[in-house]
Design a protein around this ligand. Structure first.
Ligand code: C2E
Ligand code: CA
Ligand code: CA
Ligand code: CA
Length: 278
């Protein structure tokens, strides 16, 4: 009887209730946000730092909440993952990305890439491939302009399923990028067995390249390895000219970070591109 009453009291533990209500609250709000079209896709440029040219953009989601203002993805993506709402949100992101690419194609920008973040749950979902196929039929774009960013953790649950999915997406013509490279579950297994196109060096390494010889060594090794394996490599989170010069000196060509630009609303992208190319 004692055990039973204890389990009941822990079931009605006020702390637990608070958590589940918050989650429920967030889920309802997220759904409302989707229905009310409150999400925004911000774009951050990826620059060729040798020729000072734009290579592409990464799409980063924001939630423009009517009361709370602009909400960063760290505040809601994990909730979206755990509630399954990441599926409609991820599909919204994909549609927006195709729309942007179609717009670029119309204005003759056919070599610009657009990178999107796909969460592990969505990446392994059975609906991802049919959805992308449907988008390819609907929008007139070239699939090699869309880069799908995943983290090493997608392979943690089901290694073979992740590998199979990467192959399927590449067969459709999309490119695959490993985000936050080296911070996850098994970077080298990825390089060895997964047919990927790009790796992104995490900000955690870039942040310390000037002060920390180990960070510099790691970054240099990742760049050399990427070249050896014929992969595009991007340094993320580059904020200063000193970091940029150091990266350039060790052979890194593509740079993403506040040094060039913060993520901007897609409506501002055309104007920003104008200031870069003229
Ligand atoms: P991430 O994919 O690693 O994205 C890079 C993050 O670094 C972005 O934060 C970006 O704004 C920020 N950043 C870029 N340059 C700099 C810099 O020079 N300095 C600093 N300090 N930060 C920089 P953001 O937009 O808040 O996104 C955070 C994370 O949320 C992303 O990390 C990604 O994992 C996730 N996320 C963003 N958009 C989406 C999305 O559409 N779908 C999914 N599933 N996840 C997303
Ligand atoms: Ca990313
Ligand atoms: Ca990253
Ligand atoms: Ca990250």
């Amino acid at each position: 009887k004692k055990i039973g009453s204890r389990s009941i009291s822990s079931f009605f533990n006020p702390y637990m209730r608070e958590i589940s209500e918050t989650t429920l609250h967030t889920e309802i709000n997220l759904r409302k946000g989707l229905d009310m079209n409150e999400f925004r896709l911000y774009l951050q440029p990826q620059m060729d730092c040798i020729r000072n040219k734009i290579e592409g953009f990464e799409a980063l989601i924001r939630w423009n909440h009517p009361e709370k203002g602009l909400i960063a993805p760290v505040e809601f993506i994990s909730h979206a993952e755990s509630t399954g709402l990441i599926l409609p949100i991820g599909e919204w992101v994909i549609r927006q990305a195709f729309t942007q690419l179609a717009k670029w194609k119309k204005s003759g920008q056919t070599s610009m890439t657009l990178s999107i973040n796909v969460s592990p749950r969505h990446f392994l979902h059975e609906k991802l491939v049919p959805f992308l196929e449907m988008c390819l039929e609907t929008y007139d774009i070239m699939p090699e302009q869309l880069i799908i960013e995943i983290t090493e953790n997608v392979a943690m649950g089901d290694y073979l399923a992740a590998q199979k999915r990467i192959i399927e997406l590449r067969e459709l013509g999309f490119l695959i990028s490993i985000d936050d490279f080296g911070t996850g579950f098994s970077a080298f297994v990825y390089l060895q067995h997964f047919p990927i196109d790009e790796i992104k060096i995490d900000r955690r390494f870039i942040r310390e390249i000037e002060e920390n010889d180990k960070s510099l060594g790691i970054v240099k090794t990742i760049i050399d390895l990427a070249k050896l394996l014929n992969l595009r490599v991007i340094a993320e989170g580059v904020e200063t000219i000193e970091q940029l010069n150091l990266l350039r000196s060790i052979g890194c060509k593509t740079i993403q970070g506040y040094y060039y630009a913060r993520p901007m609303p897609s409506e501002e992208v055309e104007e920003w591109m104008g200031t870069k190319t003229t």
